[in-house]
Design a protein around this ligand. Sequence first.
Ligand code: ARG
Length: 415
Amino acid sequence: APAAPAKVVVRAAHLVDTQSGTVRDNPLVVIDGDKITEVRYDGQVPAGANVIDLGSATLLPGLIDCHVHLTGDPNEVKGDYYEAILKRSAIDSAILAPIYAKRTLDAGFTTVRNLGADDYVDVALRNAINRGDIPGPRMLVSGPPLGATGGHADGTTGFSPWIEFHGIDGVADGVDAIRHRIRENVKNGADVIKFMASAGVLSAEGSVGAPQYSQEEMNALVDEAHRWGRKVAAHAHGAEAIKMAIRAGVDSVEHSSMIDDEGLKLAKQKGTYLDFDVYNDDYILSEYAKKGFPASTVEKEKMVGRLQRENFQRAVKAGEKMAFGTDAGVYPHGWNGKQFAVMTKWGMTPMQSIQAATVNAADLLDMKGKVGAVAPGYFADLIAVHGDPIKDVSQLEHVGFVMKGGAVDKNEIKR
Ligand code: ARG
């Protein structure tokens, strides 16, 4: 049997306490195995402990991104979108996904929720990470996202009907087919159910925000998922689709771009989390045309990007429940931290944006008590930055130290 790991103490100058929303000085985080046993401020290092001294750095809990796609990256499109998608299968995705997982972990994101992958590549990736075969963040995964024929989950839209596509996707129409599709995802290892309540930007249908399921279909979808103990994340840009999803009882709305006052009120009443991927717009508008994505995608982004940021600000002012979700995979993996600066530019305090990516995200993921805080009983998921993230949240784009479950992933902190 492997030797019991020695007690480890991580010390630094400051700790962002995400539970109280304060910064505390001179923390000593005591770790036994993969868990935190104690956080003390008296400077007393327990006898015999191995000390990792991070000097003047600031410690935070490992960050959480509630919306990623570790099975793809925009840099896979090298000038020709159709070349990239027509000549690749899920096996190509599976070859590259571990690289994206490692980049995400190195960026300080020790937990992610992967909301949509074909052929259950996400399930295999999660399992390989959990077995310790490859490094990567803790993952909750959805498997193939559910959606209507011709909608945002139907990757065959826009191609000639002569072309036959293979592989597992989440297309399902009507209540019975939806219930069946959810049971298949659960059977095959999904932790969470993702579905497309509205149209989208990176798909071929004309609309950006129109509803793509009926109210009856959404109600049945949430009913079925919850019966199997799975939370539901709804992709929704349009105001009507957002409200339909909230009325159906989803646990989070992803994108939330065109949410209106009634939608904000409903979300608050129902306790629905709103996730806004507000960094994406910058990347899509500056890079997608150059990379060879269809012009229609860039045109659709122009209709939604700015509006989404304005509505993010309204949601912050309204005091909505908000969690950090970036849709990484639309922009390059490892850049997740860039969204903090956009969130603070559009109305959040740095502490609020950090809480969105820690305590709030943990609540949405049902992982309270495990991740999102540096506290006794929590996983020893710790990161550190050189500067003060409360003064300058862009420090979180340069995470120098990452520990996941007591194991050091990287330490580039200069003392
Ligand atoms: N996956 C999303 C979609 O295709 C990306 C939206 C990105 N744009 C934005 N402004 N957040 O709809």
